[in-house]
Design a protein around this ligand. Sequence first.
Ligand SMILES: [Zn+2]
Length: 239
Amino acid sequence: MNKAYDILLNPIEFLIDWIVRLIVYFFVPIPLAAEMIVQFRGIVFAFLLNGILVILVLIIFLTHWATNPLSTQQALANVNLPIDGTFIETDIPLQNPLGGQGLTLVNITAGYMDPNYTFFGGIHTGVDFVPNDAYYQSNTTYKETGTVVVYSTINGTARYYIDQYGSHTIEIVNSKNNIKVIFMHLNNILVATGDTISAGKPVGTMGNTGFTTGEHLHYEIRENHDGNWIPVNPLGYIQ
Ligand SMILES: [Zn+2]
């Protein structure tokens, strides 16, 4: 076999064989015939492919780890966000979870039972909020931390879980066990399961975890009817 010919006729094959020969020689440092080295092609390629796959998985893992919202959780917890005193201490969720009077600081990007969701076969059991211009201009916590803080709207007990789509979710159930509020897509989580929460307590920050196309707060209110938690329109509660 004349390799000088091969490089002209088939440069890619020549290059591959050259790599194979180099790697084989690294593990078996004795001169081998080209016919022998060809036998190693399959093993060498499998080895190289595995190496590439391992590196790819590592890159994906590290990227995910670095951008995973919970890796910044500790940093934000240290900021020690204060309770928003403008919230009314109540078992009934009368305020919107981003603060302020009524809906003055929020825009609604999808309503309760939004027809767009129904069109695609889904049921939107809550309201999607994003802060509006008035919020960004007035909110001092946002200016200090760069995060939109989500507050509990009732006094109750917290539960934290990640739903099937990866949404970091907080639920607060009031002490009468007749109303619960649900906050979804949170990035930072600021309370733990079992915590006793007052209305106005920061529970997390608005984010984009789970099934979402962008940062927003999905907010639900559910009423306990004979043990079934039935979603209701949150706008019916917010005053
Ligand atoms: Zn939603």
